[in-house]
Design a protein. Structure first.
Length: 358
């Protein structure tokens, strides 16, 4: 019996665009140094932050105010670092979000206004200019006695659409004849499957896996469209992703994550808890009447040993993840006990998986 036309498939794997990145389609980091003004006495101390004083004097000089010989003493200004991500193919005049973080000893940036700040890339070229009022997610309040309350981080904030793109990063992807797909989780099997899915959709040998992390896509000579149309045709193709057998352990929080390909050999597991309880019950010892003895406190300790009953549980070889988890749950183990059991299985050579401890 065949499925009706238009019915969704029984299993939908991830799309190619979800497991691989296309060469040239990526963000670029921008950074800049600027000043935030309008703070209500919560800015930098100019005596302790000389860079803020120098920046303030230089800004006033550019505006025609001679502040070199003046005694600048204000806490309404703060030096900040401004960071942003330039999206791929961002056009000139479009706006992006920026993050502003205090650089000196400012207590809060609430109510501040960022002045014009150029944002540069790794090549020291200016790609955007940021300016605008800050939105702070935290706050800080202090009393005259020295008590204070702080929620969140008042020395960092964001400006939505606070920067305007001034320079474009040009990359003519439509004219490309060859493009590489970089797998986010390199794997030989996944790379071959991606190439096979693409070739099956295009109808010719347009893709090949050059290594576990790269699939080379070549635009066929008889293809009517350009590279953009070819990417739009293949990026939503579904592919079955293969992952290595791996167990990730976070010992600090007791979290254990196991992949579906984890298998174990035939092994017997026993787990038991040994509890030793020591209870102190001191009592007072008094001397006999009319004696020269002293009243003293005599220690009295009670030691109790309790061991849980437990037996061997046999886990058959080659079992999948579900049966392995059921076998461990049958022992009543806690997550931290499971970490020790998994490490012991690995040491005994009974588990076919890579253990990664975070």
């Amino acid at each position: 019996m065949t499925a009706p036309i238009g019915a969704p498939p029984a299993w939908a794997g991830p799309r190619i665009k979800d497991v691989a990145d296309f060469e040239g389609v990526r963000e670029n980091q921008l950074v800049g140094y600027g000043l935030v003004v309008g703070l209500a006495g919560t800015g930098d101390s100019l005596r302790n932050s000389p860079f803020t004083r120098q920046s303030l004097a230089a800004m006033l000089e550019r505006l025609g105010v001679n502040a070199s010989n003046g005694n600048l003493n204000t806490r309404n200004v703060a030096a900040v670092m401004v960071t942003a991500n330039l999206p791929p193919f961002a056009s000139q005049g479009s706006r992006i979000d920026v993050t502003v973080s205090a650089l000196g000893d400012a207590r809060s940036l609430a109510g501040g206004q960022l002045l014009v700040t150029p944002l540069m890339g790794a090549d020291q070229q200016v790609y955007a200019v940021a300016q605008g009022p800050l939105a702070i997610g935290g706050f800080s309040a202090a009393g005259a006695s020295g008590s204070s309350v702080t929620r969140g981080v008042p020395t960092a904030g964001r400006i939505a659409s606070g920067a305007m793109v001034e320079r474009e990063i040009r990359f003519d992807i439509a004219a490309q004849d060859e493009l590489r797909l970089a797998l986010r989780n390199p794997d030989f099997t996944t790379a071959n499957r991606i190439a096979a899915v693409i070739n099956g959709a295009v109808g010719v040998e347009a893709a090949r896996a050059s290594n576990p992390g790269t699939v080379v896509l070549r635009r066929p000579a008889d293809y009517a469209g350009d590279m953009v149309s070819l990417i739009g045709r293949i990026e939503n193709l579904e592919v079955e992703v293969d992952t290595p057998a791996r167990i990730v352990i976070d010992e600090s929080s007791g979290i254990v994550v196991m992949g579906e390909n984890v298998k174990v050999s035939t092994v017997a597991i026993a787990q038991g808890n040994l509890t030793i309880s020591i209870q102190e019950d001191p009592f007072v010892s008094q001397p006999a009447p009319f004696s020269r003895g002293e009243t003293v406190v005599v220690p009295s300790s009670g030691v109790e040993v309790e061991e849980d009953e437990g037996g061997l549980v046999v886990v058959p070889g080659g079992v999948p993840l579900r049966q392995l988890v059921n076998g461990l749950n049958a022992l009543g183990v806690t997550p931290r006990d499971m970490i020790s059991i998994l490490q012991a299985l690995k040491a005994a050579g009974a588990i076919q998986a890579e253990i990664e401890v975070m």
